[in-house]
Write a new protein. Structure first.
Lengths: 110, 114
């Protein structure tokens, strides 16, 4: 199992600030998924990135996949309290084992 | 219906008890999963069922016994658990067991073992 490193582990910011979460691996992955998990709920898929250099936008969220397909980032513009949650990157492995990174706990204060 | 339904939502059990967690989906998905998640940690895969057959067991102790009675249902039978087994147990499904399919997660069962 190839490890996925996420940073930072914890982020506490004020409403309206911008932030970036990173997901890195020492090996190339064919695609990467980003999930968000709110307290008391299961993770919900936000986006899947497949092509090196790809950029996808989901309202105030921007996802990038590195050119070498070893890293990805999630940027949130003008964070809101509703963005609070655990952000997880994940890669699929043989047999559809979905392996998650350690996660970034985001807290947005109003 | 795009939901994965898990019951119960909360469960407290003693170390000598036998209990079962249930998971149901009616999306026609043919792959179903059990994950275990400790507080503030990522989910960890336990089992994968592909077309109602167990395809992956991540070296889970035998006190956890999965069962897939049909394509819509997934159970996790619990017996003689330890306090360290206390966690959120998440069920998920995907249309097929193909590589990198989107997973649909239930809300989980919060299990406490006393």
């Amino acid at each position: 199992t190839q490890l996925l490193e996420q940073s930072p582990q914890f982020l506490s910011i004020q409403e309206g600030e911008n932030l970036t979460v990173y997901c890195n691996s020492s090996s190339v992955f064919s695609s990467l998924q980003w999930y968000r998990q709110e307290p008391g709920e299961g993770p919900v898929l936000l986006v899947t990135v497949v092509t090196g250099g790809e950029v996808k936008k989901l309202k105030r969220l921007t996802f990038q996949f590195g050119d070498a397909r070893k890293d990805s980032s999630l940027h949130i513009t003008a964070a809101q309290p509703g963005d609070t949650g655990l952000y997880l990157c994940a890669r699929g492995e043989y047999g559809n084992k979905l392996v998650f990174g350690a996660g970034t706990i985001l807290r947005v204060k109003s | 219906d795009t939901e994965v339904t898990q019951t119960p939502k909360h469960l407290v059990m003693g170390m000598t008890n036998k209990k079962s967690l249930k998971c149901e989906q009616h999306m026609g998905h043919r792959a179903m999963y059990w994950y275990k998640q400790k507080a503030k940690k990522p989910p960890e895969l336990m089992f994968v069922y592909s077309y109602e057959k167990l395809s992956i067991n991540e070296s889970v102790p035998s006190r956890f016994s999965p069962e897939c009675p049909n394509s819509s249902l997934l159970n996790l039978h619990l017996h003689a658990l330890q306090p360290e087994d206390s966690a959120l147990y998440l069920c998920a499904s995907s249309p097929t067991p193909a590589y990198n399919e989107k997973l649909f997660f239930g809300s989980g069962t919060q299990l406490s073992v006393l």
